[in-house]
Design a protein around this ligand. Structure first.
Ligand code: ATP
Ligand SMILES: O=c1ccn([C@@H]2O[C@H](COP(=O)(O)O)[C@@H](O)[C@H]2O)c(=O)[nH]1
Ligand code: MG
Length: 236
């Protein structure tokens, strides 16, 4: 099970550790770990998480390329949209609100989405994460940094012409409530207004890799492959 706290050095002050760990609800496991280390019982060698945000407009091919990245580079794939759809299907307390938000092409409150992502990360045995379709707004981005306490290592942006995205979404045929022309138009507006600023933010930070998301799936993956190949030695 992945825990961010595992990457922290034992030289960091205990009050800092307490703050950090309580944010992640892992204090109990952390204190146990420290006590065991102090006694020389274990020497944890858990890996530092490697986080990739996968961004792009509706139908730009994020999910399709994530499957290929998982197959080739062994990442865990966390699609924010899939996690939200799972909440709807499970009829959770937030399910009806999430369904209405998705039908309207709007953005679910950050707190809800980040909690779902956090839960999946904590349950995963993997330390390499593809977080697909998130963050979609600056508020999402800040919320992730505050709650999870880490920044992404890499941000992919699948840059696709609107006309092509609309065509792909209308042909997707997976029964999604938002795969209709009316909702797609709203999603494209939200993408331009709220998601592009996030992409620009990461561009300025030097973390953005822009992929020209036209051509065949395999052609597009040939742009993606070298990005992860370059990190493979260091990430593990
Ligand atoms: N390069 C491609 N050429 C043509 N069709 C593609 C290509 N890549 C993906 N598709 C198809 O386009 C549709 C949308 O792709 P995908 O679901 O991967 O997009 P997405 O970015 O995850 O979209 P969303 O944000 O709506 O979840 C799917 O039906 C997929 O099979
Ligand atoms: O972080 C997120 C991710 C998604 N949503 C909502 O879900 C739909 C579908 O998302 P996909 O990534 O395209 O599967 C999206 O239009 C939003 O309404 C969200 O609110 N926050
Ligand atoms: Mg998708």
């Amino acid at each position: 099970m992945w825990r961010r706290v595992a990457s922290l050095s034992s030289s960091i002050s205990s009050s800092f550790l307490a703050q950090t760990a309580s944010r992640l609800n892992t204090w109990e496991s952390l204190t146990t770990g420290i006590a065991q280390q102090a006694k020389g019982v274990i020497a944890p060698k858990e890996k530092t998480p490697f986080i990739t945000f996968v961004l792009g407009g509706p139908g730009s091919g994020k999910g399709t390329q994530c499957i290929k990245i998982v197959e080739t580079f062994g990442f865990a794939h966390l699609s924010a949209g899939d996690l939200l759809r799972r909440e709807i299907a499970s009829k959770s307390a937030d399910g009806a609100m999430i369904l209405n938000t998705i039908k309207e092409g709007k953005i679910v409150p950050s707190q809800v989405t980040v909690k779902l992502i956090q839960k999946e990360m904590e349950l995963s045995d993997n330390h390499k994460f593809l977080i697909d379709g998130f963050p979609r707004t600056e508020e999402n981005r800040v919320s992730f940094e505050q709650i999870i306490g880490v920044e992404p290592n890499v941000v992919l942006f699948f840059d696709c012409p609107e006309e092509e995205m609309v065509k792909r979404v209308l042909n997707r045929n997976e029964g999604r409530v938002d795969d209709n022309l009316e909702t797609i138009k709203k999603r494209l507006t939200v993408f331009q207004a709220l998601s592009l600023p996030v992409i620009n933010y990461y561009s300025e930070k030097g973390k953005l890799y822009t992929i020209k998301a036209i051509g065949t799936e395999d052609e597009i993956f040939e742009q993606v492959r070298p990005i992860f190949a370059a990190f493979e030695q260091t990430v593990g």
